[in-house]
Design a protein around this ligand. Sequence first.
Ligand code: ACM
Length: 509
Amino acid sequence: MEALPSSPTLFRVAPKFIAVLLVATGTPALAHPALIPLPTSVAWGNGDIPLGPNAVVSGKGATAPSAAFLARSLGIKQGERGSTRILLRLVPARTIGNPEGYHLRVDRHGVLIEASDPRGLFYGAQTLRQMVSGGRVAVADISDAPRFLWRGLLIDVARHFYGKPVLFKFLDQMAVYKLNVLHLHLTDDPGWRIEIPGYPKLTKGEITADGSRAYFTAADIRDIVAYAAERHIMVIPEIEMPSHSGSAGTAYPELYNGGNALDPASPTTYAFIRSVFGEVGRLFPAPYIHFGGDEVGDDAWKDMPDVRQLKVAQDLGSTKEVEAYFVRNVVKIIEANGRRPMAWDEQAEAGASSDVVIQWWRKARPDVLDAAAARGSELVVSPVDQVYFDYHQGPGEPGAPWEGNDNGPTSIAKILAWEPVPASFTPEESKKVLGVEAAVWTEFIASRRYLEFMTFPRLLAFAEVAWRPKGGRDEADFSTRLTPHLDALRASGINARRDEGDAYEFITH
Ligand code: ACM
C-alpha cells in the first residue's frame, strides 16, 4: 500500500490484519467496514460519525449527478447544511491523476470525496455506501484507483432472454462493485434480441411463454444505455457473425443462402450488416461494436457456388481466408459508423487488423493472446476457466458441460488467484490490456434466479481482480469481507450462492 497523507488519529490496517481482528474477537460488527473491492489504500481512524436522516450531500455543477445518486442511495437530502455534510469536490488532475480514482476522508468535520472527474466521485460514493452501517460511518482516509480501465460483465440475452428489470438489477450491483462495462450478447443461433428497422422477421417470433416480448426495442435500448450511463457503465453491443447467427439465417434464409453462416459472397449480406450496424451505432453511444467472430466452422460455406466464385475472384485459398475477407468487410462497415470493431480471439488468428480489439477467451490458446499482443492489438481478457460464470462453482454443482469442467470448478479461490496479464508480456504489451471481462452465457441458464446464483458472488471476486493492484489477493481476507455483502445481496432479493448446499435450491428455476 502506498503511504497516505498522515493524520494523527489514523492508523493503517493491512487487509490481513482485519481478518485477524475478526478471528480474534469473533465479532465482525466491531471490525472495520467490509469493502469490496478493497481500496488501494485504507487508513481507519478511531470511532465513527453519524450519517442519519439529517445529513446532507453537497455537490454543484459537474459533481451534482454523483451527489444526487449518493443522496438517493443513502436516503438523505441534498443541501449545504445538515447534522453531517458529505461534500463532493472536483480537484485538478495533477492531484488525482486517474479519472476513476478518488480520495475519501471521513473525520469529525464530515465526509469529503475528491476526484478529478465525475467517475472518481461516483466510485468514492460507492465506497462510502459500503461504509455506512446503522446510520453511522467509520472515520477513515482512503485513496483508491482501479488497475484496469475495462471492468466488464457479458450477459448472454440471446440463448435465454433477460429484459430490462433483470439488467437494471445487474447494473445496480455492477455500480456497487465498480464495474464499468456491460457487454450484451444480443444475437446467436437461438435468438435475435434487438429490433432492426427493415428486418421485422428477426424478432417476430421472440415472444416468451407468458406472451411478453423477448427482444429489445429501440426505446428499451435507450433506457438500458441511460440507466447504465447514470452508473458510469458503458454498454457494448455484440452482434454475432458470420457464425452464431442462425436466428438471422432462419428469419431471412437468403442471408445464409444454403450455408451454415452469413454468406460472405452476397451483397444481400452486406446490405443487412450495414443496416444492423447503422441501427446499433445509432442506439449505443459506446465507442466499440463487437461483431463476435468466434467458432466459424470449416463447413460454414461448404458447396456454395457463389463462395466458390468469390474464392477465385479474390484469390482466397481456404475457408480461413474467406473468413478474413468477410471480416475485413465487416470491420470497414463498423468503422464507417465511427466505432472501433471488437471480436473474439479467433479473429486475431484469422488475421484481423490490429485495429480490432481482441477479446481472448480460449484459455487453451495462449499463443493467440501472445501473438495479438505482439501485433499491438488492444486486448480484453476473459479466459474460460476463470471468468465464464456458466461453469460450475463447486464440486458436483451444476454448470455448463464445456471444457472448463475438466479443470475443476470456477470457484472464488480460482478467480482470486487469477493474474490477467501474462508474465511474459513486455511493459508495452501490458499497456494494451484494456482490462478484464466476466461472461455469463445462458445456454443452460433459463431463469433469473439461476442467472443470479451463477453470477453472485463470483462477480464480487472478479471485481476485486478488476480493480485491485496486481497480486496480494488473500482468499481468507476476501471471504471475511464477503459475508456482509452476501447478506446485503440476499436482502436485496438476489439469489446469491452462499455455499455448496445452495446449488440444489436454485438449479434451473
Ligand atoms: C465464446 O465463448 N465462444 C466466445
